[in-house]
Ligand binder design. Structure first.
Ligand code: CO
Length: 212
């Protein structure tokens, strides 16, 4: 059987297993979603948000891109954040990176020809490297540097979120969501929290948004 045929067959098996356990499983999900979480993760196939958190459809609103970044000019990730925060009313935003991230490793290396868009996307992580260059270069090996940069990148993305007008307005008016920065271990399957910012977090004046 070809991989794509198997993909569709597995879907049919999954759907019938769900309805055999709970006949209204899909009917229940048709009309609305009320997820508590927005997940911003890496596109890496080994870090599927719902599977590693044992979640069901309807529980997590998901955005994934290479190296779990919130870029302030990227309408894709920002519109996901806006919808999740303003319409769905999520109470938690989880930025989850992972050790051995290929995107972060690539950002630590020279650019590859023919990957012009990926190169541009990863430029932002090179900026995180430069911010923490002394700490990172004091580490003994490339793997240690890459994994510490994974952590620093997650923390940076949490601050990028906190510096959006979307989050600042929601903190002010709704006193939610809490922002969490986490890292996932490919080798043990466990998520560790690195940082969290609550709605009481004080934003540095130069990052306070004047608009709504
Ligand atoms: Co990755």
């Amino acid at each position: 059987m070809k991989p794509y045929e198997k993909l569709l067959l597995e879907n049919k098996a999954w759907a019938s297993e769900k309805t055999s356990r709970e006949p209204d499983y899909f009917k229940r999900l048709v009309d609305k979603q009320t997820p508590d979480f927005l997940w911003i993760g890496c596109a890496d196939s080994r870090v599927p948000a719902e599977i590693i958190t044992n979640a069901e459809p309807g529980q997590i609103f998901v955005h994934r891109n290479i190296a779990n970044q919130i870029i302030k000019t990227d309408f894709n990730s920002l519109s996901v954040v806006q919808y999740a925060v303003q319409v769905l009313g999520v109470r938690h935003v989880v930025v989850c990176g992972h050790y051995n991230c290929g995107g972060v490793k690539a950002a630590l290396s020279r650019q590859q020809p023919n990957l012009s868009l990926v190169n541009k996307w990863l430029q932002h992580i090179k900026d995180v490297y430069r911010l923490h260059q002394h700490e990172l270069e004091a580490l003994p090996g490339l793997d240690e540097r890459a994994n510490r940069l994974v952590e620093l990148n997650v923390i940076e993305q949490v601050y990028n979120l906190a510096h959006t007008s979307i989050i600042q307005k929601c903190w002010r008016t709704q006193h939610r969501p809490t922002l969490h920065g986490c890292v996932y271990g490919l080798d043990d399957g466990v998520i560790h929290e690195l940082i969290y910012l609550t709605p009481d977090h004080r934003i540095e004046p130069i990052y306070q948004c004047a608009d709504d």
